[in-house]
Unconditional design. Structure first.
Length: 267
């Protein structure tokens, strides 16, 4: 029978996992300065940037020209382009459509050799960059110009214009979907997250407090409203929002809901 040998552990744990584990790839023991600053802005409820892609009427020449004329207020406002030109006039939209050779993109897209079975791909992407009421409009425009230059210069043609006719200053940015190198710009959720972070950074460089926190972190779980509902809500005359509020009020009056004193603090 083999001899049994007992050794004293002297207070050490029998299995000291942390002593033998290796650092995992990318593991960090502390937050980066950027992450700490982001958390601080979120806690202080720093104004959140808004980057929205308008989905309708972006896949034919007439609709694109009409939208460009609309954001230029049919000649009243100047459209600033990627090459520094300023276009103004009731035909500014058509001039941009021709300058960007969108007719060639449409012909290639609709060719029997390249046409797919799904919907027609977009000729342009219509983007809106916005900040809450009270934000300096000039700073929003400068941040949008720097954002567009950094994201799209020498790749995708674009034009933008500042609107100040509503309480929230916002910039309409129209970007050609196919780059000068023939690559198509596909906008995904990760793309929008990155754009929000970058737009917020450019705003802060203009001295404007801005943050880009995801909806889930802010406690918002609902998806974006449709364009019409969103615009009406900003104006304060959304029948959809009013109906939702009246529905909630009726439910509170007619149902036996328990009081939740801690909920208001969470919200």
């Amino acid at each position: 029978m083999p001899n049994l040998r007992i050794s004293s552990l002297e207070g050490r744990p029998l299995l000291d996992l942390s002593s033998y584990a290796r650092r995992g790839p990318g593991r960090r023991d502390r937050l980066s300065p950027e992450e700490i600053a982001h958390i601080g802005r979120t806690v202080r409820r720093t104004p959140e940037v808004m980057v929205k892609v308008l989905s309708k009427d972006s896949n034919n020449l007439r609709s694109v020209a009409r939208h460009l004329n609309y954001i230029g207020r049919r000649g009243e406002l100047e459209l600033e382009t990627d090459d520094g030109d300023r276009l103004q006039g009731r035909d500014a939209g058509q001039r941009l459509v021709e300058d960007w050779d969108l007719d060639l993109d449409q012909d290639r897209r609709d060719s029997p050799l390249t046409a797919g079975t799904g919907g027609a791909p977009k000729l342009v992407h219509k983007i809106m960059l916005s900040m809450p009421p009270g934000t300096p409009a000039k700073g929003v425009l400068e941040a949008a110009l720097n954002f567009a230059r950094e994201q799209f210069a020498l790749k995708h043609r674009y034009a933008l214009v500042l609107h100040t006719d509503e309480p929230h200053p916002h910039v309409h940015l129209v970007v050609k979907a196919v780059s000068e190198q023939g690559m198509r710009l596909n906008i995904r959720k990760a793309t929008l997250r990155e754009w929000r972070r970058e737009f917020a950074r450019h705003l802060r460089e203009q001295g404007i407090a801005a943050n880009a926190t995801e909806r889930a972190v802010r406690g918002e779980s609902r998806t974006h409203k449709t364009d019409g509902i969103y615009r009406a809500t900003l104006r304060g005359d959304s029948t959809y929002t009013r109906a939702r509020a009246e529905s909630v009020a009726a439910e509170l009056l007619n149902s036996n809901l328990r009081s939740e004193p801690g909920k208001s603090k969470l919200i």
